[in-house]
Design a protein around this ligand. Structure first.
Ligand code: 13P
Ligand code: SF4
Length: 342
């Protein structure tokens, strides 16, 4: 008698739904990623977590990275200053910089024996593009003896022509540390003007570079939001025009903005900066309401889970620094790191 084969599954029979991937990790981003979007992202996250172990790699991510990068695969997150400080002590063989090119270059300067990767070489910065090494040499000639403080948002070649660097987190301390009557602060005109307001005893000369994200905010934006949300707390990045910063309750680097919100816990807040900042804080602080406006940085947004995965798979794109400028550029960054807050 012929055996009867019992089908394992019959056409039309219900099959068990696939398990929801990485549920605990999803919890961290559930305010920003729909459950239906997650199964498309989870395989890249799983691959990145595996590749980090295989390659002995760490991911340094700037505060402007999207929540699915910031809250899942990143090992170290922070503002430009924190990422530079952390880059010095990274012990892994490979550093993937989820941010923009100048940040990867700074990491390479500070830890030259590591392989430093950026997932997309096109992740630039309008400030870094606003000035060349030749421009700085011209300023040096025009203003002999005036110390040159260069924002980290610049190429290594520009840093190499400078006396020391600063970030938005330490610009005031760096200028004060010089004890000079005049300082050239380049290339961000608005940051220089905002620092000038805090350090009136020093004459600050600057350059006409702007951040394409922050220059778009206007005082009218702030007034409108205050009218619509009476009592709202307004926090502006110092790359914004001074008239915008003047309308704000607080101004500081991305890390200082985050600390302010987390410590003071205003019920409603506007972060006058890149949009992912609010998303990243909101993910961990559901009781705080974040109000627009915000603007996207197209360079920061070139990072994705897909290209971070590819970067680790193929060890691309490696960031190197021209040896002709590396030592002088490193010195400018190290002098900045040696400045202690007053
Ligand atoms: P922070 O140093 O404040 O993180 O700023 C970097 C930056 O590029 C802001 O636009
Ligand atoms: Fe550069 Fe502005 Fe983008 Fe920051 S937000 S990386 S300063 S373009």
């Amino acid at each position: 008698m012929a055996a009867t084969t019992i089908p394992l599954s019959r056409p039309g029979a219900a099959t068990a739904p696939a398990a929801f991937p990485l549920p605990e990790m999803y919890e961290r981003v559930s305010r920003h990623i729909l459950p239906m979007e997650w199964p498309a992202l989870a395989p890249d996250i799983e691959a990145i977590l595996r590749l980090k172990k295989e390659r002995n790699a760490v991911i340094l991510a700037h505060n402007y990275q999207a929540p699915e990068i910031f809250h899942t695969v990143s090992d170290i997150v922070g503002d430009s200053l924190a990422l530079a400080r952390e880059a010095v002590t990274v012990d892994a063989d490979v550093i993937v910089l989820a941010g923009v090119h100048f940040m990867a270059e700074t990491a390479k300067l500070l830890n030259p024996s590591k392989t430093v990767l950026i997932p997309d070489m096109g992740a630039g910065c309008s400030l870094a593009d606003s000035i060349t090494a030749e421009d700085v040499r011209g300023l040096r000639e025009k203003y002999p003896g005036v110390p040159i403080v260069t924002y980290v948002n610049t190429s290594a070649a520009v840093k190499a022509e400078s006396d020391l660097c600063c970030t938005s987190g330490n610009a005031v301390d760096v200028v004060r540390s010089l004890n000079a009557p005049r300082v050239l602060m380049i290339p961000d005109e608005f940051l220089a003007q905002n620092v000038q307001a805090e350090v009136p005893e020093v004459e600050i000369l600057t350059w006409a570079g702007h951040c394409e994200v922050h220059e778009r905010f206007t005082p009218a934006d702030i007034r409108e939001v205050r009218e619509s949300y009476p009592g709202v707390t307004v926090i502006a990045h110092p790359e914004c025009p001074p008239e915008v910063v003047a309308e704000a309750d607080f101004s500081g680097s991305t890390a200082l903005m985050m600390n302010y919100v987390v410590e003071k816990r205003p019920p409603q807040v506007v972060l006058v900066t890149e949009c992912s900042m609010a998303d990243n804080i909101a993910a961990a602080n559901p009781d705080i309401e974040f109000i627009k406006p915000c603007n996207m940085c197209p360079h920061m947004k070139r990072m994705s889970l897909r290209n971070i995965r590819r970067s680790l798979e193929t060890l691309t794109h490696e960031v190197t620094v021209d040896p002709a400028v590396a030592d002088r550029a490193r010195l400018a960054v190290e002098r900045m790191l040696a400045v202690r807050p007053r």
